[in-house]
Write a protein that binds this ligand. Structure first.
Ligand code: Q46
Ligand code: ZN
Ligand code: ZN
Length: 332
């Protein structure tokens, strides 16, 4: 006799589409979608991320997490526009941008587009080549700079990113492995606005990569499935694999690791936070004054991004990221 228990939806007892071992639960499509949306609503409330009237800018990559986040926030009733950056990473970037465009068009949402090559005369592969550093370093610097500028110029209250539980647990693992106190102090899902930089939040931290992929399938969200080709050698991919093994052995391990840190360990790094607060939220030392090239707050006369531009594409004209003046913005 087969005694295998047939799993039923935790809410309606109907047939399930997904089992979540870490929650000891299973859901039908309708209640799984509601579960994901509730998890985000709960996170926004618990961490005081933003209020119901906030003007929100979501950093869109064309991947599952950022598109799912945009969809969830719209479903929760928030006013959210998207920003996608053309990084010039070959076909991967073209496809990613197209998925973001299609998503926005179908839902009649506003998507800002910003192309690194046409605005600044270089791509992420160009920057990696001329700085001889890993591509993610120049890419991350460029993305932060552009998100900040567009958010401030566009009058957004907060920038949200699609970092999920797997991402945050992997970053935490890397920071713990090297006991990087200042990074640990800053590993919080909310970075307040200060020194002319916008508020930044990560509302997906309670949801895993697998849950976000399932959410996209169930909500008919098409997204770029391939990993960025320049991610090879990125340590966080190895940390994710390691944490996945832990999760198989002990369901809920990632959640306990990350939320245990936020609840119990993060306060212990408050001193490091205070010390790093003598620097701005992006790591440069105070006092800050406007970069003489782009106007963004910087501890140097020229900010790190403008230095990068100057190094990679010295002939490019400095471009002010005045949002209303950009011709490649798509408002839908
Ligand atoms: S896009 Fe850019 Fe990522 Fe590609 S180069 Fe690295 S940081 S991996 S999220
Ligand atoms: Zn159900
Ligand atoms: Zn600058």
């Amino acid at each position: 006799m087969n005694h295998t228990k047939v799993m039923r939806c935790k809410v309606c007892k109907g047939p399930i589409v997904i089992e979540l071992r870490q929650h000891n639960a299973a859901f039908c499509a309708e209640h799984f979608i509601a579960f994901c949306q509730n998890q985000v609503a709960r996170t926004i409330k618990k961490f005081w991320m933003f209020g119901p009237d906030a003007k929100v800018l979501v950093a869109v990559s064309g991947g599952k997490d950022s598109l799912a986040l945009w969809d969830i926030l719209i479903e929760l009733g928030y006013d959210v526009d998207g920003l996608v950056i053309g990084l010039g990473i070959g076909e991967y970037s073209n496809e990613s941008t197209q998925f973001a465009r299609d998503f926005a068009t179908r839902r009649e949402l506003t998507l800002h587009e910003y192309d690194l090559a046409s605005e600044h005369g270089f791509t992420v592969p160009d920057a990696a080549k001329s700085t001889s550093r890993v591509p993610c370093s120049a890419c991350g610097l460029s993305k932060r700079h552009i998100f900040d500028s567009v958010a401030i110029d566009g009058g957004y209250d907060v920038v949200v990113t699609g970092h999920n539980l797997d991402d945050e647990a992997a970053v935490l693992w890397g920071n713990v492995a090297r006991w990087q106190a200042e990074y640990l102090a800053r590993q919080h899902p909310v970075l307040p606005a200060r020194n002319g930089f916008p508020r930044k939040c990560k509302p997906l931290i309670r949801l895993s990569e697998r849950e976000m992929a399932a959410y996209c399938v169930l909500r008919n969200i098409d997204y770029v499935v391939e990993e960025c080709p320049m991610a090879a050698g990125n340590k966080h991919l190895e940390y994710k694999a390691l944490l996945n093994d832990m999760e198989v052995a002990s369901p809920g391990a990632k959640h306990h690791f990350y939320f245990g840190f936020l609840d119990r360990a993060a306060p212990l790094f408050a001193d490091a936070f205070e010390a790093s607060d003598q620097t701005n939220s992006h790591g440069s030392e105070l006092p800050l004054s406007p970069c003489s090239s782009c106007g963004q707050p910087s501890s140097n006369e020229i900010c790190a991004f403008c230095k990068l531009v100057d190094r990679v594409a010295p002939s490019a004209e400095p471009v002010s990221v005045e949002i209303s003046a950009r011709s490649d913005m798509i408002d839908r």
